[in-house]
Ligand binder design. Structure first.
Ligand code: FAD
Length: 498
């Protein structure tokens, strides 16, 4: 099968590397990209799933981290979201020991509702405690140990990841062509894409076309005219100004998302610099005001001029139409608050490989692919909306809007379940499992009215005592772990990439 990938950003090269590595007998991979057009050049924070992707590609972690100037990420810190002055971490890990018949948060809710004086929730999650301490060590493979109750992801230089993957893809036989796609030819009968034509008139035929052309969505959007579902009524941020700076403070093993008057600001520490950006809603703040606010907030000397990016929340109605599959920004975009875009790229690739067509594309495979991708987008959409909606902030028109806006029914149902009895919807597929929802619900001050009655079996004193033992055990274990920067210097410092 001839696979033609249009676009050489993170999505394009992840796709090309995965197909070349995982289906070498089944397909040939050809990738077309235009240096003149360039890549979006952001996308530095990831989710833990990326580790499985790297492992499948045979990537050595330390080498990969050195080459992409990566740091470790244990979660995301949210500052000023529920109200100004708040700070909580959405960890890549559990609260409590993550085991037992009744989930930890039921006990926590019971104690909270009974007015008990509790430590910060961060102190009873190993991942949060490790992050707050600025330390890192790989998780214990034994999930019964406290040090085995977390996962981790990476923060890396967005401009280095795709070239790194390009090396792998080309080594495995993928062919790259520099050029600009100017025309798309379709089969008169089926409507499928027959070929793409480049600016030098070269015509490239294929069996399966992967649209990784970024926000342009050249194939799926422009040529096949698949409609875009606009979700900006729920996710009104539509621009970002990005500006990296020198690192002046700690190299934190987590990303920070700091709420701002018309959106939020990211802080992503890498080995050689810190990435910063203000994601905002242009109907609530001007570009100049946003840029000035970012410049005032960043901690160190800027090392590049501010760069403006435009986007719209939503997705193509279907990601796979005919013989064209859109992956990456060409398929849709949900703002980067929970670092989900690269995850969506990975899910699309993995799902496509599982449903990979042999000679003939089956309608049922296409439908299944679209079902899975829709589900991923919908879950992430609801999770993101929760962060904005679950606030008491009323200090700007933006926060007033998001606090009072109507929300999707699917999120309203989840919130009702939580408020009533601390229930978190359990998924068999898709991202953001229980601990993620719990972190945001509790972190933003939505304390449930009830809890699982089985949490009533122990006395409040016994529970408080167990909590203290847990907190102390986590604190003592964390204190023995290496400083994040020291760990990086030993394990995967830039010098090792040479
Ligand atoms: P692009 O990088 O735009 O690549 C498109 C490619 O198509 C380029 O190679 C371009 O040259 C090529 N192309 C376009 N037109 C043509 C043509 N006519 N002919 C030939 N080639 C063409 N994701 C995360 O996971 N974590 C984050 O923290 C994160 N932060 C983000 C912050 C912002 C503000 C934004 C906007 C996005 C962020 N993302 C993040 C998303 C992430 O950047 C993208 O998902 C990722 O970079 C993949 O982009 P892409 O490859 O789809 O598109």
């Amino acid at each position: 099968m001839r696979i033609v990938v249009v676009g050489g950003g993170t999505a394009g090269w992840m796709t090309a590397a995965a197909f070349a590595r995982l289906l070498p007998e089944t397909c040939s991979v050809r990738l077309i990209e235009s240096e003149a057009i360039g890549v979006v050049g952001v996308g530095e924070a990831t989710l833990p799933h990326i580790r499985a992707f790297n492992v499948r590609l045979g990537i050595n972690e330390a080498e990969f981290m050195a080459r992409t100037r990566a740091t470790f990420k244990l979660g995301i810190e949210f500052r000023d979201w529920g109200k100004i002055g708040d700070s909580y971490i959405h960890p890549f890990g559990t609260f409590g020991r993550g085991s037992g018949a009744i989930d930890f948060h039921h006990y926590w809710t019971r104690l909270l509702r009974k007015g008990a004086e509790l430590p910060s929730l961060d102190t009873v999650s190993y991942a949060c405690a490790l992050a707050r301490a600025g330390r890192f060590a790989h998780p214990d493979p034994d999930g019964r140990q406290l040090a085995g109750t977390f996962g981790y992801a990476y923060q890396f230089d967005a401009l280095l990841f795709a070239p790194y993957l390009r090396g792998i893809a080309e080594e495995m036989g993928a062919r790259r062509t520099e050029g600009k796609v100017t025309r798309v030819e379709r089969d008169g009968e089926s409507g499928d894409i027959a070929a793409i034509v480049l600016d030098d008139d070269e015509r490239i035929e294929g069996d399966l076309f992967i649209d990784c052309s970024g926000f342009r969505a050249l194939l799926l959007g422009r040529a096949l005219e698949e409609p875009f579902e606009d979700w900006s009524r729920w996710l009104p941020t539509d621009r970002a100004v990005a500006m990296p700076c020198r690192t002046r403070t700690a190299m934190t093993p987590y990303t920070s998302a700091i709420a701002m008057p018309a959106g939020w600001r990211w802080r992503i520490p890498l080995q050689h610099r810190t990435g910063n950006g203000y994601v905002y809603a242009s109907s609530f703040v001007s570009d100049d005001q946003a840029q000035a606010a970012l410049e005032a907030a960043v901690e160190g000397e800027a090392i590049a001029s501010p760069r403006l990016l435009h986007f719209k929340a939503g997705r193509r109605r279907r990601s796979w139409v005919g013989n064209c599959v859109a992956i990456g920004l060409a398929s849709g975009f949900l703002e980067p608050l929970e670092s989900t875009s690269i995850y969506l790229v990975q899910q699309a690739i993995t799902t496509l490989i599982e449903l990979f067509p042999e000679r003939h594309i089956a309608e049922s495979d296409r439908d299944e692919f679209n079902r899975i991708i829709d589900l991923e987008y919908d879950r992430i959409r609801d999770f993101l909306i929760l962060h904005y909606h679950a606030t008491t902030r009323s200090d700007s028109a933006f926060w007033d809007y998001v606090r009072t806006m109507p929300i999707p029914d699917s999120l309203a149902e989840k919130l009702a379940l939580w408020r009533e009895r601390a229930r978190v919807v359990k998924y068999r597929e898709g991202v953001f499992l229980e601990a993620s929802w719990i972190a945001v619900y509790l972190g933003q001050g939505i304390v449930p009215n009830g809890w699982d009655p089985r949490a009533d079996t122990a006395s409040a004193e016994t529970l408080a005592h167990s909590l203290e033992i847990l907190r102390a055990a986590i604190a003592s274990d964390v204190a023995g772990r290496p400083d994040h920067r020291a760990f990086i210097e030993r394990y995967c410092a830039i010098a090792q990439a040479a």
